[in-house]
Ligand binder design. Sequence first.
Ligand code: ZN
Length: 456
Amino acid sequence: MPNLEVKCSRDMESYFLENDGELLRKLHALLKDHKSLDPVTEEPKNTVLRNRVATTLTPWTFCIVGDEEGPSKRVSVNYALGDKPDRKGPLGDRLRKDLGLDLEDVIVNHLSGKYQMEEGREYTMVSETREVNRHHYNDKPRKKAAARPKNVEPNSNPDKPAFEMPPGAINTHCHVNSNGMTPFPWSDDRKYDPAFAPWKKLEELDTFLGFSGEVIVAATCHGTDNSYMLNALRRANGRAFGVAFVDKNISDEELAGLDAAGVRGVRYSYVKRLTNPPPPEEMVAMAKNLKRLTDSGKLKNDWHIDLYCEAADLKDLESHIKAIPIAVVFDHMAVPAVANGVDDPEFQRFLQLFRDKRSCYAKLTCPERLTGSSKPEDWMKVLPFALALAKEFPDHVITGTDWPHPNMKDGQMPNDGTLLNRWIWEVAGKNGDTLKRILVENPRHLFNFPDSAMAK
Ligand SMILES: [Zn+2]
């Protein structure tokens, strides 16, 4: 481990060019090519800052690599990405916030490699301002989060619908995910890193496909932090409603706030590979609370429970579901075991539940997820399940795309246009009236989308 001297700022440029020109080139390339979207406005972001950063980075970047003597043999890597210290604040923080770009990772990886730093030793990183005001900060070693699988990007070349989409169609199951950066970080408990899926992209895609409204369902990767979804609802300006994950101790006032922001449901996931499921009693208590708040006028709209579970979970959940006094909407037809066919007792139990509790709804979605395949031929194995539901409960079925298709692997990622042409159109029996019922009338009624001239 070399002991490197701290250079004064006047010498930084030559110091760096001499010692770490490669790192600088990497940083410059990153900044030059970086095309971030601002997570708040979802617009391409702040070129002025990017240019300024690229030109001022060199003289204001330096690093100190030291090896403190002592029993702990602590290694410190102090790097600084300086704007001039009296300007708006540490540049590293601003880059992270403004451009969604984390240079720390790049720098740490580079320095770790270059100086053969070891895993398990302590690293401290301080930005220039923090270095200057070091006594104000108690910089902790960076928390090393376990690596999570990174989701595949959704298909960016959707086919056009080959049939006429009815005006007023609602995509009742889709998601938005931030890029994980400030101010919309992902949950620490998440089980995957999602693909960046901003409202802007969803709106563009859905408009192309012929949808005119969305139900944005909270994805598990954001935990109970609904801020990114709420940001999307604000931007959607009445076009979309939301379904949230909430903490069981959420206050009436917070629920009223979500109601005013366009949230219309609370999601419960019993899929163990994605979440740690709460006791079903919590779901029932929440539903009763929502009913009480709607009855008393504290919530201005009807809410529903969005339930993500698999066919095998129904046996344990059934009695609880029946105790829910508001609508229950099942994601992906409660994930039937496709290979077992529609006569499978677990799917029959699902149908029976719809007969016993009339306020159940099924999302006829995700043939790609249920088959693990992006091929429409494979989706036909799921069709009998959707048709059985659509035939017996024609007013209780809705559908959607599930964009951006969380956790689909290579070879499973569907084309959203193909989903319309080879799934939704098939589910409707290639009948325009049935299609209108599933895409327009049922969802608009269930979620109380405002009646638009287009919907009728
Ligand atoms: Zn989904």
